[in-house]
Design a protein around this ligand. Structure first.
Ligand SMILES: Cc1cc2nc3c(=O)[nH]c(=O)nc-3n(C[C@H](O)[C@H](O)[C@H](O)COP(=O)(O)OP(=O)(O)OC[C@H]3O[C@@H](n4cnc5c(N)ncnc54)[C@H](O)[C@@H]3O)c2cc1C
Ligand code: FES
Length: 317
């Protein structure tokens, strides 16, 4: 089901670092925006027909306005470029209500955040959320240089500077954060969160391989780009509530087949990253290609935008 859409006005635009701009969004009719939890993101519907996701980079205790920060992606398909080139103070935008695929754990005794570049955004909501609850965290913020790192001044304003460390490596990760050292000597109930480019998330994933299940959390801004030349098997989807059976051909995604059959399903990134299209299943064997579901979630859910199945998959629709 498509979520709630909200018309917002842009009431502040700021240059935060090289190629990174922040946008402050408030309700077009002056109402409060929906409450959100730290780690949440919204869809932004762009004037060029694209839809892109942005993490909420502001204090969740304040829902008079949201802040997002956008890196102008030089090799992108035009989403971030449109926001940089067409949106200014006074512009109107349409956004979705917030959705969270990167929530803080309620059980953790301490939280370690590792951010790379624009991956700092969700942590700008998490730090004040934890501070309000009196819980502890530490942030390790990796960037090429101070000029490309957004919000450094804002982070420097936190009184407890021991909890925030910035690393400027000039593009050579070996000169930056020593992740092994960061992960050493932690309490068992510590949770780890990482958001950043693939090199950083892969390194963190490898180094945290021995952590208990459910204690390591990732937010990926870029999903899977499926290899169109790789052979795909056709399969079927059985809609549990109506019993309707829908075929998914080798050329189609499950999402395309569902949409073509008139099934209303929420769509965001279409690359397995944002979680908009997550659908439950009760029988069958999915082939997961997403980057947003945990191993546990994959036992009961799949993302029809990129994931496929072997044979028949009975889904909760
Ligand atoms: C949950 C979530 C939160 C996010 N939060 C932020 C945020 O806070 N700030 C921010 O700047 N961005 C964020 N993003 C990323 C954002 O949604 C956009 O992807 C980004 O702005 C780039 O959009 P674009 O259209 O300019 O580039 P895109 O076309 O989306 O390209 C992005 C990258 O993917 C590669 N790519 C090329 N072709 C494809 C393809 N067919 N499918 C997929 N990728 C392809 C491109 O080479 C490029 O490196 C978030 C994404 C998600 C899923
Ligand atoms: S649309 Fe984003 S995960 Fe499927």
């Amino acid at each position: 089901m498509a979520g709630l859409l909200i018309k917002v006005k842009v009431d502040d635009v700021r240059e935060e670092a090289e190629h990174i701009r922040s946008f402050r969004l408030s309700h077009a009719k002056g109402k409060l925006l929906p409450a959100f939890s730290a780690g949440a993101h919204i869809d932004v519907l762009l004037g060029n027909g694209l839809k892109r996701q942005y993490s909420l980079a502001s204090d969740p205790s304040n829902n008079t306005a949201y802040r997002i920060a956008v890196l102008h992606e030089q090799n992108g398909r035009g989403g971030s470029a449109w926001l940089h080139e067409h949106v200014q103070s006074g512009s109107s935008l349409v956004i979705s209500s917030p959705r969270n695929t990167f929530a803080l754990s309620e059980e953790a005794s301490h939280h370690i955040f590792i951010a790379g570049g624009i991956g700092i955004t969700p942590f700008l909501a998490m730090i004040p959320a934890l501070r309000d609850k009196g819980q502890t965290c530490e942030l390790h913020y990796c960037a090429r240089s101070k000029e490309t790192a957004a919000f450094v001044k804002e982070l420097e304003a936190y009184s407890d500077q021991n909890m925030i460390k910035s690393y400027f490596d000039g593009g050579d990760p070996s000169k930056g954060c020593n992740i092994s050292a960061v992960l050493a000597n932690r309490a068992v109930s510590t949770h780890l969160y990482c958001c950043g480019p693939k090199g950083l998330t892969s390194a963190v994933k490898n180094l945290a391989a021995g952590w208990s299940e459910g204690t390591v959390h990732f937010e990926h801004f870029i999903g899977s780009v499926l290899d169109a030349s790789a052979p795909h098997e056709a399969f079927t989807l059985e809609l549990q509530r109506s019993g309707i059976i829908i075929g998914v051909s080798t050329e189609q995604s499950a999402l395309q087949s569902l949409t073509a059959a008139g099934i209303d399903i929420d769509v965001g990134c279409e690359s397995g990253a944002c979680g908009s299209c997550i659908t439950g299943y009760s029988e069958g064997t999915p082939i997961h290609h997403d980057v947003c579901l945990s191993p546990k979630e994959r036992l009961t859910h799949f993302t029809p935008c990129v994931s496929r199945a072997t044979g028949a998959l009975k889904i909760d629709l």
